[in-house]
Design a protein around this ligand. Structure first.
Ligand SMILES: C[S@@+](CC[C@H](N)C(=O)[O-])C[C@H]1O[C@@H](n2cnc3c(N)ncnc32)[C@H](O)[C@@H]1O
Length: 102
């Protein structure tokens, strides 16, 4: 067991999939993908995109660069912010992204 985990740790993939199924979400964004086998590939949703500067994924760039490139009105139903956390929080504060799951 790693530091900070307990036997009651929430399984992030199960939580994300639960919300997607319950709310009928269609568009998922993951910021910070790392090894896609650990979470990204296991997320069950019609459309998903990943952002990570160090991984070959949908957008190989930092979240700061990503938010500069996407259209201002682009929306995702659910976003898992798991990269460098500060840029994601900045985007939420600016209102660029509307979080439903962090
Ligand atoms: C904790 S890992 C992600 C784990 C993955 N979400 C999962 O559930 O298995 C963090 C990842 O964030 C990426 N990362 C670091 N800085 C980033 C940034 N500015 N924007 C997006 N991703 C970043 C790293 O390359 C790393 O792969």
């Amino acid at each position: 067991m790693r530091r900070g985990e307990s036997e009651e740790s929430i399984d992030r993939t199960a939580l994300i999939n639960h919300l997607i199924e319950k709310k009928h979400y269609r568009d998922y964004l993951e910021i910070g993908v790392q090894n896609s086998k650990n979470n990204f590939n296991k997320v069950i949703v019609p459309h998903k995109e990943g952002v990570d500067p160090n991984v070959d994924c949908t957008y190989r760039m930092t979240s700061d660069e990503f938010f500069k490139t996407i259209p201002k009105d682009k929306k995702y139903d659910i976003i898992f912010i798991d990269g460098l956390h500060i840029p994601g929080i900045k985007e939420i504060q600016k209102g660029t992204i509307e979080p439903r799951l962090i």
